[in-house]
Design a protein around this ligand. Structure first.
Ligand SMILES: [Zn+2]
Ligand SMILES: [Zn+2]
Length: 203
């Protein structure tokens, strides 16, 4: 029996007209993008699928030498490509609820003041001296170990709840069929069904 992942449960939740309008505004998308429809039956070529309520994010843990006390301390970063649904690279602070979800598994990832960004935000801290390990540094380490995943000492899947806004923001267009473009006749764009009728000269 095939296991159904929790991330599959609420996929294929298509946006309503109003939601799609907001999605276009949020994403700065033109009204014609992903709006192609069959010129005979009006079937749309794309459906805009809302991001699921929960997504799984893979978190990697490995050790570095603390820049302050020089002792060996673990750090974590998110596997940027760990979600099948989210196309953008995922960072530990990408989703509103992700930092706290990570902290529950890895208490060393906690809120602190980041001087370089002048914000209070979650980040890696040394388990010995508490010093904040800069995002930029950890991220560069992550890029390197991405090429040698055997240096990751641990990876965990963390389930994170997306906010309503994030579910809209990360909505993805899903192409339902390939459009045909007949050279002759009145129809410019035809779905496969209507193209069949066209070839049989029924439309
Ligand atoms: Zn059609
Ligand atoms: Zn330290």
């Amino acid at each position: 029996m095939e296991m159904v992942s929790i991330t599959d449960v609420d996929t294929w939740n298509c946006l309503s007209r109003e939601e799609e309008q907001r999605w276009r505004e949020i994403r700065n998308m033109e009204s014609w993008e992903y709006s192609e429809s069959c010129s005979n039956c009006n079937k749309r070529q794309h459906q805009i699928v809302k991001a699921p309520q929960h997504i799984e994010v893979e978190v990697w843990c490995w050790t570095i030498s603390c820049y302050a006390c020089k002792k060996t301390t673990p750090v974590i970063w998110t596997n940027g490509e760990s979600s099948r649904f989210i196309r953008e690279s995922i960072r530990p602070n990408t989703f509103e609820n992700l930092p706290c979800a990570i902290e529950q598994e890895y208490p060393l990832f906690k809120k602190g003041f980041k001087k370089t960004k002048n914000v209070e935000e979650h980040g890696n801290t040394c388990v010995h001296c508490g010093a904040y390990q800069g995002d930029w540094f950890v991220w560069h380490e992550y890029l390197e170990i991405a090429y040698e995943p055997e240096s990751v000492s641990e990876s965990k899947i963390i389930l994170v709840a997306l906010t309503e806004y994030e579910q809209l923001y990360y909505a993805n267009p899903k192409q339902l069929f390939r459009m045909h473009h007949p050279r002759k006749g009145a129809y410019r764009d035809l779905c496969p069904d209507c193209y069949d009728l066209y070839k049989k000269k029924k439309i």
